[in-house]
Design a protein around this ligand. Structure first.
Ligand code: CUA
Length: 407
């Protein structure tokens, strides 16, 4: 710590402050990590899957320790017994030792069998998909997740949500992962192992948790420029709240805005575009109960209930929700020029700038700040009934509970 020896006397006071500066930097980093959201904590085991893997890991470590101690004991014994000072005469010569060779084959075989039994037993426990499972499809796209519920049928499709996966607790959930473009990876560390999402392949596996909460998820395969911005949340609810969510989501029809309201102006821009922005939002996004039926981008049916934006790049976890100044600014910037704030986003720019579309630079549309705020107002109005607000009162790792309501 004492680095004063080659410094001029006048700089000594600065030197003494550096541990403070490092401490402040570390604190700032840690705080940033928690800002508005949550840490990924491998130590927080929230599922039977993780407990099974942990138990297997502990047994594997115990077996390894026994092997390590056995081999070490043998090594020290041999080194001691056969050291030169104890063995002045030439060693006894012999060919073959059946007992030793049998032991050397038998013991490793036993170890492999033991580890195999452990692994197969754990796989059998974590892999089967029971008939009673709730099914959720996780479709990965550059750079976001579409979570849909095949059993929750609505006009023109099924209930779907972008980047927020709602599941009940105390139930096996069969997740089917697939991808629409490149290979992605589904990973919610507190709930289980990661699974590749591969185009053309549908893999079904189980997750489940006994504990309500919000669990952080990330894409784990390097999939392009916004790989790190391809996050999601798993919101685990008590069964009755989950049932309410599904019931209300199936019954959902986007609320009709009042005549002359900002929401109504926003809806018109959303559905039809404008003279300077002919590419309407509805071309790529779906809103249940409206003519908007695009499937290229995330389903926005209940965007107003969601608390994450841009596949988890921004969060609005306060009671003010997307009205909070920071969150509102993020939403505004997102609509205005999504590819500027999220590299590789396939959404057009609406600030008149150029963006990359299918390998070509093309010029975006232009919306005024007022028009963008109108669209934001319309999006905020797309809300499930309060009873189906899956965020309200749900604990997040380390950061307390989500504020209730969406006012
Ligand atoms: Cu998708 Cu990384």
């Amino acid at each position: 710590m004492n680095t004063n020896h080659d410094r001029k006397p006048g700089t000594a006071r600065h030197t003494a402050k550096w541990p403070l500066a490092v401490g402040a930097a570390i604190t700032a980093t840690l705080l940033t990590g928690c800002q508005g959201g949550q840490r990924i904590s491998l130590g927080d085991q929230a599922s039977t899957y993780n407990h099974e893997i942990l138990n297997m890991g502990i047994w594997a470590i115990v077996i390894s320790l026994v092997i390590f101690l056995g081999v070490s004991a043998g090594l020290f014994y041999t080194v001691h017994k056969f050291r030169e000072e104890n063995n002045q005469n030439a060693p006894q010569q012999f060919h073959g030792n059946n007992r030793l060779e049998t032991a050397l084959v038998f013991i490793p075989t036993l170890i492999v069998i033991l580890l195999s039994i452990l692994a197969v037993r754990t796989m059998a426990r974590v892999n089967p998909v029971s008939q009673q499972s709730l099914s959720v499809e996780a479709l990965a796209k550059q750079f976001w997740w579409n979570f849909s519920y095949p059993s929750a049928k609505v006009t023109g499709g099924v209930v779907a949500n972008g980047n927020e996966m709602i599941v009940p607790i105390k139930q096996t959930i069969a997740v089917t992962t697939t991808s629409a473009d490149v290979v992605h990876g589904f990973w919610a560390p507190n709930l289980g192992g990661q699974r590749a999402a591969i185009p053309g392949s549908q893999k079904t596996w189980n997750i489940g948790t006994e504990r309500e909460g919000v669990y952080q998820g990330n894409c784990t395969q390097l999939c392009g420029s916004s790989h790190a911005n391809m996050r999601f949340k798993v919101v685990a609810l008590p069964q009755n709240r989950f049932d309410t969510f599904i019931k209300d989501a199936v019954a959902y029809t986007a609320p009709a805005p009042a005549a002359g309201s900002a929401e109504e102006r926003g809806m018109n821009v959303f559905m039809k575009g404008t003279a300077t922005a002919p590419m309407a939002c509805a071309a790529c996004h779906r809103v249940q109960g409206t003519p908007a039926a695009g499937v290229t981008g995330p389903d926005l049916s209940f965007f107003g209930t969601r608390r994450t934006l841009g596949a988890g790049m921004w969060e609005a976890m306060t009671a003010d929700h997307w009205m909070a100044p920071d969150a509102a600014a993020h939403l505004h910037a997102w609509i205005k020029h999504s590819p500027v704030v999220k590299p590789g986003s396939l959404m057009p720019r609406y600030d008149g700038g150029e963006y990359m579309d299918k390998g070509k630079m093309i010029k975006g549309g232009t919306l005024s700040d007022q028009e963008i705020d109108d669209v934001a107002a319309y999006l905020r109005s797309l809300k499930l009934p309060d009873e189906a607000d899956y965020w309200a009162g749900i604990p997040i790792n380390g950061t307390g509970k989500i504020a209730g309501g969406t006012k």
